[in-house]
Design a binder for this molecule. Sequence first.
Ligand SMILES: C[S@@+](CC[C@H](N)C(=O)[O-])C[C@H]1O[C@@H](n2cnc3c(N)ncnc32)[C@H](O)[C@@H]1O
Length: 243
Amino acid sequence: MVYKLQVISEIGDNFSEEHPELHNLSFSEHFALVRTESRIELRQLDGDRASLYVDFVGGTLGYRRLHGGGAGQAVVKAVCSRNKTMPQVIDATAGMGRDAFVLASLGCHVLMFERNPVVRVLLADGLSRAYNDSGIGNMLKERLILSPLKSITEMKEDKCCDAVYLDPMFPVRRSSALVKKDMRIFHQIVGLDEDSDELLKHAFRLARSRVAVKRPKSAPFLGGFKTSNCVETKSHRFDLYHP
Ligand SMILES: C[S@@+](CC[C@H](N)C(=O)[O-])C[C@H]1O[C@@H](n2cnc3c(N)ncnc32)[C@H](O)[C@@H]1O
């Protein structure tokens, strides 16, 4: 069965007309992208009835900013070199912006790229709400930007940032209870990033000093590019390259 994405405004504005890129998208489950009074969220209309939205101010990310592991977090160790303050980073696979937000909160200037139209709308909405926050808005306006280009493959300049970060989609263990409801929805919407080998070549072209690639621990190297330099966590590996 294939279901067309519903695009709904609960506040009576022209949400659907503002986003022609969302028209005619379909998925194997029934979803609605809804503009409410306070945010834009993706709702699963059957099954778990879970919802997905970006929240940089409260929730898990807000907690992680205040009480998380700071510069000791694996993504920070992977992307930032010790002798460079405020590095310029491209997050080429921004998704829900969590990793980019952690990097920006700790001082990186992050330019995000996201090509999936639904994820892009959710990310842009979370970002604009965070920009208006009295606590972190000004910091984020300076350090966390969503590129108008959808992919780094469209970028013409070479060697234009210190580091490029890649976290392409990888198959999830669907049966695992550890895969949270919101992550299952995310995987339904995005699918697999089968072209990520190509993305790595562009990352090598753009980065001045390093490329970091997040992989599940047992996954093969992206594009077969081996490296012995990596930052490991319980379930993941960040493969590091110095192009
Ligand atoms: C696993 S998610 C990234 C999660 C992200 N690191 C986070 O912290 O929320 C991968 C995302 O990369 C996006 N993506 C994959 N290939 C891309 C490309 N070539 N250009 C732009 N976005 C891409 C996918 O649409 C998906 O949203």
